[in-house]
Design a protein around this ligand. Structure first.
Ligand code: GTP
Ligand code: MG
Length: 196
């Protein structure tokens, strides 16, 4: 697929306002500030396709992008942002679960985690939900440029071990939008999900 051709389709305030559930969709999920929007921009080689920000919680809408007709990438709002009221957090967590469990066109989930703080409770919840409905997962350990290569490998091994315990289809890779690390692996994975 030619990810460079990806374009913005629409924003949805919640899962009830998503477009019809046809075609193939792959979602990008992760804690706020994990680097979801940056990864989408790196993948598509577009500086500002998805809005990025130093302020966590920037993406509060579900943003949909189309690689080509019926082939979509979804930038989900980040979870776990401390400043968000408890009630809103719970609501959003519920909505995420519903989306993962009921969206038929969802054929793959990319879960992004800062390589310095991976696999928090909510990350595990996301992986658990996906595995529970047989959706394959690609875990990207983002901002790998922030750690020395030895420390990166140690984190990678640790998360791979944790991922194995889920007994699902989970691949774990290091990623950096800054250095373009792991972009080829992301592209290959998306190609395989979109071609099924
Ligand atoms: P929300 O939409 O708020 O949930 O955040 P997000 O997950 O979309 O994160 P975003 O892509 O906006 O990036 C958050 C911050 O991390 C920004 O300041 C980015 O510049 C920075 N960042 C993202 N990816 C990388 C990376 O690979 N390396 C480094 N060093 N910084 C990164
Ligand atoms: Mg974002």
């Amino acid at each position: 697929y030619n990810y460079h051709m990806t374009h913005f389709v629409m924003s949805a305030p919640d899962i009830r306002h998503l477009p019809t559930d046809t075609g193939i969709e792959v979602a990008f999920a992760g804690r706020s500030n994990a680097g979801k929007s940056s990864a989408l921009n790196t993948l598509t080689n577009q500086k500002s396709l998805a809005r990025t920000s130093k302020t966590p919680g920037r993406t509060q809408l579900i943003n949909l992008f189309e690689v080509e007709p019926e082939i979509r990438l979804v930038d989900l709002p980040g979870y776990g942002y401390a400043e968000v009221p408890e009630e809103m957090k719970r609501k959003w967590q519920r909505a995420l679960g519903e989306y993962l469990q009921k969206r038929h066109s969802l054929k793959g989930l990319v879960v992004l985690m800062d390589i310095r703080h991976p696999m928090k409770d909510l990350d595990q919840q996301m992986v658990q939900w996906a595995v529970g409905v047989d959706i394959p997962v690609l875990v990207l350990l983002t901002k790998s440029d922030k750690l020395a290569s030895g420390a990166c490998k140690a984190q990678l091994n640790q998360v791979r071990e944790a991922a194995a315990a889920f007994e699902g289809d989970i691949q774990v890779e290091a990623f950096s939008s800054l250095k373009k690390t792991g972009v080829d692996k992301l592209r290959l994975k998306l190609d395989s999900w979109f071609s099924e």
